[in-house]
Design a protein around this ligand. Structure first.
Ligand SMILES: Cc1cc2nc3c(=O)[nH]c(=O)nc-3n(C[C@H](O)[C@H](O)[C@H](O)COP(=O)(O)OP(=O)(O)OC[C@H]3O[C@@H](n4cnc5c(N)ncnc54)[C@H](O)[C@@H]3O)c2cc1C
Length: 387
């Protein structure tokens, strides 16, 4: 299919694919099997520009934008979805928030090191009592002189134990559920900060997912992003881009599942024929290819809109909802085409199947995407067809 990529976009995609097929492929299998986080890969990704995709050149980034970021995440996810999620969170949540809401001092201090891959970014929104419902956040931040004191626990934080910069959402007003949230930049050597439980996950095994504990954790007052009370809009604004990143991660897993299904289906013989000669399996491939292309078009459209600075809450949620479900469908059908061997760790499809499952859960579960889509669709109807 012709996606009308520019020369620059084609080159960027090729650079990401070459990196994935060379450096990442060399370590992906073992890292995912043994649960090894590959620290050094992020430096290499930084050198290639992939850690500062939306950061302006004056702060050390390449400023290629969200569409190119989606292309890169897709290619990297094809080989290692664990690496892809770290790149997505780092670029579309952390770099974005500092660029948009950070002071000039914060931008100068953090962005060049984030863009080079020297520092990795993490994003700490979720808490044991606040998952889909962000307004239930109970971690508190109290200003004492020129220091904020944070108290509370975040859980399920991707690369939270590896990050040099963590964006933490906390409550600065206990009365106002939605308007009482603020966002802060926290460095891991802050007094009162510690890493808690490390999750033992079903997939994404080369990515760490941890609990973060704040006990009278002291951070400079200047580390607030924007001002007090802006936390909810920072969280939701970031997720608009983050969901495009996870949708692109979904495309990578879906494409890899497709490739594995075709490869195996052409080799395996039963009843004296290749299993892809059976129409039942051909129909599976046709359905998989169609869902993959539909997902890709939604993801690319959402990323282009975000690059143009147009509202894209509806499109990014549609892209995330559809692409994550497509990736799970493709992984399921590709495993089915593999038969019994697909259920063993000998074949890549087993990892793809496990990695795909979380796509429908994090950065807003499918049900939450539907809430956003319904709300946006109704806004449109209220405009064109008032009640
Ligand atoms: C591997 C992994 C990495 C993660 N990384 C991060 C990270 O880096 N940073 C971070 O902040 N968080 C992270 N998360 C957390 C993730 O974003 C949350 O798990 C997700 O938002 C869902 O929250 P929950 O798990 O508390 O589920 P819940 O909110 O308890 O939801 C449980 C179920 O109920 C449904 N549900 C909830 N409310 C409604 C409703 N109103 N209508 C219909 N259905 C509803 C949900 O869709 C879901 O199916 C990560 C999670 C995982 C598993």
């Amino acid at each position: 299919m012709n996606y009308q990529l520019s020369e620059e976009e084609r080159m960027l995609r090729k650079t990401a694919a070459d990196f994935a097929n060379r450096s990442l492929a060399a370590v992906a299998e073992e890292s995912n099997r043994e649960g090894i986080f590959q620290d050094q890969i992020y430096r290499e990704l930084g050198e290639l520009g992939f850690m500062g995709m939306t950061v302006p050149e004056e702060y050390g980034g390449v400023d290629f934008g969200n569409f190119c970021l989606a292309l890169a995440i897709e290619e990297i996810s094809r080989v290692c979805a664990s690496t892809a999620v770290a790149i997505s969170v780092h670029n579309s949540l952390v770099n974005w928030a500092i660029m948009k809401f950070g002071s000039s001092q914060m931008k100068e201090n953090y962005l060049p090191r984030l863009a080079s891959g020297e520092l990795l970014g993490a994003y700490a929104l979720t808490e044991p009592g606040a998952g889909s419902d962000v307004s239930a956040i109970s971690t508190s931040a109290v200003l004492e002189g020129d220091t904020y004191k944070l108290n509370g626990t975040k859980n399920f934080i991707s690369t939270g134990d590896k990050a040099g910069v963590i964006i933490v959402f906390a409550r600065t007003d206990s009365e106002d559920r939605k308007g009482g949230l603020s966002a802060f930049v926290v460095e891991p050597d802050s007094p009162g900060f510690s890493i808690g439980k490390k999750e033992d996950k079903m997939g994404l095994s080369a990515s760490t997912t941890v609990e973060l504990v704040f006990e009278d954790c002291e951070i400079p007052a200047a580390n607030i992003l924007g001002s007090e009370g802006q936390g909810m809009s920072i969280a939701l604004g970031g997720l608009e881009g983050g969901r495009i990143g996870i949708a692109a991660q979904s495309l990578g897993i879906a494409q890899a599942a497709m490739d594995e299904a075709v490869k195996y289906g052409r080799e395996r013989q039963q009843f004296g024929r290749r299993i892809l000669d059976f129409q039942g399996n051909q129909f599976k491939i046709a359905e998989m290819a169609t869902r993959l292309e539909a997902a890709r078009l939604l993801v690319y459209q959402a990323a282009r809109l975000r690059d143009r600075g147009e509202p894209c809450a509806r499109e990014s949620s549609m892209a995330k909802l559809y692409a994550s479900e497509a990736a799970n469908y493709l992984a399921y059908q590709a495993l089915q085409i593999h038969g019994g061997v697909g259920y063993t760790s000998e074949f890549l499809i087993e990892r793809l199947y496990r990695d795909a499952r979380v796509l429908e859960i994090y950065e807003g579960a499918s049900e939450i995407q539907k809430i956003v889509i319904f709300r946006e669709v109704m806004k449109e109807y209220d405009r064109i067809m008032p009640d």
